[in-house]
Write a new protein. Structure first.
Length: 229
């Protein structure tokens, strides 16, 4: 996982974390305020227990992502496996730098064809300067396991012609940093990768993050808002 440190930006009993969709309306997320933020992770002390976070720890689960970044993108701050390693990719903010991300999703196919779709989404907490779609270049279908469960792969169309039974489908996504200037701190951009049948129904989906980080960074400093949430 990625190491992280911060960049400028009434105790409550522990409760089950309240997870949220990163694309929801801003009315359903806390408003920024001037309350104390002891650990500097972007979540206010009084807000952290709502998500299962520790108000004294910048990265509660030690997975390399500040607590606010995980909350903003609908991951569990108390679980080091959320996001999983294959849900996270690092793109260096250097002109022409690329990220190749392998996306895999398990489905229980019923004989229908399934196609992959890249779906950018935005954070509902604080504004980001870009959309992950600005970095996305292409996606191709690459694998099925077991291969005998599919009947034909159209690589460029991200389509499996027939999927029967429990099958792990793989896609290869390419991202590129398109700007001439770098960045001073890292930001995480979420997207979903969906599997749809030929009727357009979503049969499976997973959430992913592309972290755009300063060139040559070791420990990554994340951009965080000035006021906690």
């Amino acid at each position: 996982m990625l190491a992280a440190v911060a960049a400028g930006c009434g105790d409550a009993p522990p409760r089950e974390p309240t997870l949220r969709d990163p694309g929801v309306d801003s009315a359903s997320v806390p408003a920024p305020g001037s309350a104390d933020d002891n650990d500097g992770d972007g979540l206010c002390n009084g807000t952290e227990p709502d998500y299962g976070a520790d108000p004294e720890v910048f990265d509660t689960d030690g997975d390399g992502l500040p607590d606010l970044v995980e909350v903003a993108n609908a991951f569990d701050v108390a679980s080091p496996g959320s996001p999983a390693e294959d849900q996270l990719g690092l793109l260096e903010a250097r002109p022409g730098a690329t990220l190749e991300l392998d996306v895999r999703t398990t489905v229980d196919g019923d004989g229908q064809a399934l196609s992959g779709f890249f779906s950018p989404i935005g954070s509902g907490i604080w504004p980001q300067p870009h959309d992950v779609g600005e970095f996305f270049i292409s996606a191709v279908a690459v694998s099925a396991d077991p291969i005998d469960n599919v009947r034909g792969i159209d690589y460029d169309s991200e389509r499996f012609g027939f999927v029967a039974g429990e099958t792990r489908l793989g896609f290869h996504l390419l991202f590129e940093y398109p700007f001439d200037e770098g960045v001073e701190c890292a930001r995480a951009y979420p997207f979903r990768y969906r599997l749809k049948n030929d009727e357009g129904d979503t049969v499976a989906q997973r959430l992913f993050l592309v972290v755009v980080a300063p060139e040559g960074a070791g420990d990554i400093e994340y951009c965080l808002p000035d006021d906690c949430y």
